[in-house]
Design a protein around this ligand. Structure first.
Ligand code: FAD
Ligand code: DHB
Length: 391
């Protein structure tokens, strides 16, 4: 089998790359470990930056998001029992964000690719990439009981943090940067009316909490927990007790309870590999970098990477000029490190660290107070949260 671009992984990065390449007349094959049903049901991120929204709209896959997503013009920072609003449009020249679940983006992209005759192979086993430093890189895998070799001009590693493409780069040709946080997030989905018109990021003595939403009937909430904790240790009563304690205000705000129908624990890390290229293999999204979720950047960075990569590939196929491909890693990494900084900063400011000193905690509170009282600092938060303009 042959294609121009072999794409490993049908997450947001792989699917969006395949879609963007198709619009430029470039052929690709996406291979995915899991079933279509599974990728369309995995609960993950929910906040889309303005630039991601614009990209989905301008490439024809934003119609359902426009109908069913929710535009938010700000967030609340809550600490010391009070809420402080950060208004995005007035701080960023009119930009905002969209709350629309990642698995809905996945459904829209899968539908668009299949409708256009795109090739997505689900439930592929034993994927491996070869000959990366030649002009004929290959992907080998088992599909439907057969061993297949896919010859490519280029391979895109879009297989997430635990994928096989990044480790296929010889260790002498990559450098990795890691920070693991001493906490995780306990996430729940709840059948309840929303308690707030915009997301609440709360810093509390007992730890961080986040109130997000999926629809007027379904709410998404998170609370800081031990990363090694287990869901079975969290009966509903304990979750509600913790959320009420961390979110309560002096202003009498009430959190609406409801039926919890999904629970999960997310580990938190910062990670970057440099460069994001080896020979004819290009990494994009979580395969190349991870951010802690506090800044809602993971999915958006994946989209930004593949936008840069698709343009570089389109330039190559139009003119045979490889310059944009040579620049891909440096161009993408500039945005990646900005998002790494922002996500680290939000995480550090909003969580409790078990080993922190009283001095450290006072400095955190001073930082929060500065964000909500200085326009300059509020702009820093807002312009990063809505997303810096795409390169
Ligand atoms: P992924 O979405 O990980 O997609 C990679 C795909 O590759 C997967 O479908 C996988 O099955 C496939 N794959 C892996 N290995 C192979 C293989 N060997 N062969 C073939 N296919 C393979 N971000 C936020 O901003 N907010 C959040 O609340 C948030 N929550 C998260 C919760 C969890 C549990 C996780 C894991 C991530 C979360 N993120 C969150 C991050 C965000 O979801 C990711 O940044 C985003 O999914 C990155 O997209 P991607 O396409 O690069 O990778
Ligand atoms: C959601 C996730 C995030 O990481 C975040 O910062 C805000 C919202 C969410 O899942 O809705």
């Amino acid at each position: 089998m042959r294609t121009q671009v072999g794409i490993v992984g049908a997450g947001p990065a792989g699917l969006l790359l395949s879609h963007l390449l198709h619009l430029d007349g470039i052929d690709s094959v996406v291979i995915e470990l899991r079933s279509r049903q599974e990728i369309e049901a995995t609960i993950r991120a929910g906040v889309l930056e303005q630039g991601t929204v614009d990209l989905l709209n301008s490439t024809g896959v934003g119609a359902r998001m426009q109908r069913e997503g929710f535009v938010h013009h700000g967030i609340y920072l809550r600490f010391g029992g009070r809420s402080h609003r950060i208004d995005f449009p007035s701080l960023t020249g009119g930009r905002s964000i969209m709350v629309y679940a990642q698995h809905e983006v996945i459904k829209d992209l899968v539908a668009a690719r299949l409708e256009a005759g795109g090739k997505i192979l689900f439930e592929v086993k034993d994927a491996a990439v070869y000959d990366l430093d030649t002009r004929e890189p290959k992907v080998r895998y088992h599909h439907g009981g057969k061993l297949v070799e896919l010859e490519c001009d280029f391979i895109a590693g879009c297989d997430g943090f635990h994928g096989i493409t990044r480790p296929s780069i010889p260790s002498r040709a990559r450098r990795e940067f890691t920070r693991v946080y001493p906490f995780g997030w306990f996430g729940i989905l709840v059948e309840a009316p929303s308690s707030t018109d915009e997301l609440i990021y709360a810093h509390h003595d007992r730890g961080f909490a986040l109130v997000s939403t999926r629809s007027p009937q379904i709410q998404r909430l998170y609370l800081q927990c031990d990363p090694n904790d287990e869901v079975k240790h969290w009966p509903d009563s304990r979750i509600w007790e913790e959320l009420h304690a961390r979110l309560e205000t002096a202003e009498g705000w009430r959190l609406a309870e409801g039926r919890i129908f999904q629970k999960g624990i997310i580990a938190m890390r910062s990670f970057v590999v440099e460069p994001m290229r080896y020979g004819r293999l290009f990494l994009a999204g979580d395969a190349a970098h991870i951010v802690p979720p506090t800044g809602a950047k993971g999915l958006n960075l994946a989209a930004a990477d593949v936008r840069v990569l698709s343009k570089a590939l389109a330039a190559y196929y139009a003119t045979q000029d490889e310059q944009a491909l040579k620049d891909y890693s440096a161009t993408a990494l500039r945005r990646v490190w900005r998002a790494e900084y922002f996500s680290w900063w939000m995480t550090s400011m909003l969580h409790r660290f078990h080993d922190e000193t009283p001095f450290h905690h006072r400095v955190q509170l001073a930082e929060l107070d500065y964000v909500v009282s200085s326009r300059a600092k509020a702009i820093t938060l807002a312009e990063n949260y809505v997303g810096l303009p795409l390169a």
